[in-house]
Design a protein around this ligand. Sequence first.
Ligand code: AMP
Ligand code: MG
Length: 336
Amino acid sequence: MKVPEINGFICLGIESTADNLGIGVASSEGTILANVVDVHVPEEGGIHPREAARHHSEHMGVVLSEALGEAGITARDIDVIAFSQGPGLGPCLRTGATSARAMAAYLGVPLVGVNHCVAHVEIGRLETGAEDPLTLYVSGGNTIVSGYEAGRYRIFGETLDIAVGNCLDTFAREAGLDYPGGPAVERLALKGGRLIPLPYVVKGMDLSFSGLLTAVTQELRSGKWSLEDLCFSLQETAYAMLGEVTERALAHTGKGELLLTGGVGANRRLRSMIRSIAEEHGAGPKFVPVEYATDNGAMIAWTGVLAYGCGLVTPIETSYVDSRWRMDEAEVPWRG
Ligand code: AMP
Ligand code: MG
């Protein structure tokens, strides 16, 4: 095995926590050399973990070749292999981890297991220039408000059940809208305007979206409302909940930047709410570009660079995945 070098190394990162298979390449100087993503689209229904995992194993080879081609390197130029070690769907995580172990062993380079949620924050910092932000991370599988404090990314608020993106996607499917549901709901919401009362569930600093999903689905089936008004009300309610928790965490931490990331962060209504919250608290709003906000390999490669730069490596024997690995359990010595 190579020993950590102080400078000048290249990390390849594999992301496979859910429906996206991503492979990215990052240099220790902070340049993203490649970011290739291949999305598994279910034929019907939501993500089936085993089918998504099968997609990832079938596409691993071609996505890898594309990433190396985009970066203009060969496999022998790679100094470190990073992979998403959790949280995520077990079968999908294991597919990425198995490929990462095989590649690291074959090339004789170290392996670095990366926390997926930490990686979202780190690529967000790299791409927006935010230094020490409070982060709202909203995606198909996660809803977390976090910030760095005393050696860890602390979780100030999170969903107690489903993620906000999952809520939007499931409602959209019930309503016969295109997959993924978030953009379809956003488009229709622009034409709605009547606020239908729906459950607004904030418990302490945590959120719950499953009751909201049940209620909005019941209202849909009742036939009483237009789909436009339902989409409008779903967005207003869900995003106001996110806004409340984010604002309180911002006030509590006094952070000077507010970072929005995850696929749901593409939403214009949510962005405008986040912008006003940030401005009211004198914090700079930072929006991660979509290609780096949705699940991608570049964020794993870049976080691999940060970890390896501090000498963190993951021996193959302890490289098992953890589908429930919380971001506040991950070591982040580069922030110290
Ligand atoms: P991710 O899990 O980060 O890959 O992001 C996927 C999630 O983002 C899915 O739940 C999508 O429905 C959601 N999404 C994508 N675009 C939008 C949008 N414009 N508004 C709301 N949600 C969105
Ligand atoms: Mg994600």
